[in-house]
Ligand binder design. Sequence first.
Ligand code: DX5
Ligand code: ZN
Length: 223
Amino acid sequence: MSNEIYIAPSVLSTDLERLAEQVTAVERGGADWIHVDVMDGHFVPNLTFGPALVAALRRVTELPLDVHLMVERPEWYIAPFADAGAAVFTFHPETTAHVHRQLEQVRACGMLAGLALNPGTPLSYAEEVIDDLDLLLIMTVNPGFPAQRYIPAITKKVRRARQLLAARGSRARLEVDGGIGRDTIAAVHQAGADTFVAGSAIFRSADPESEVEELRRRCYTVV
Ligand code: DX5
Ligand code: ZN
């Protein structure tokens, strides 16, 4: 049984000079979380934001800030992002030697703890720490850039992830990230995802404010 649907617009696709205005628009439009992609130029070939942006967003919106770390040594950034006001802290298992310890640290800092799996990373990484997860993020593209194409083969992995969470009695949210939009959201919702990151589908649409509800509505399209 999946949870209530959450839509998490990703600020990576905003026009940065209009960041506050665009985040306020999707908040008005019913967004549940604001997704913030943190990239270090090592784990992924791109550079983006740090805790200062999260602190600025904290002053702009009431919505929980869903921070996705695509960086080596995420342990260095747990306290800084907690202090900046992040609500969710998600990292990739390849980036630290001590996944379990870092998940505990994230919770100890008062944030929800998330683990993110790249398309080529097995679901079994999550199996070992399932009781320590508040969120499991299945990447539906290879991380690094917005506006990539959803990888259809990952729909089956999302279904297996939902089965795993159910079998283990986990209440963790099941999030998907990458290429989520009008044409892809229904299949991945029906596979069991309950939390949907969308960057370009929202901020590159004609009306980002209404696109949030349009995506939520599209979850129920017959596929
Ligand atoms: C991908 C990032 C995503 C990105 C998604 O590397 O983790 O969160 O913002 O962008 P879209 O929705 O455009 O694929
Ligand atoms: Zn992301």
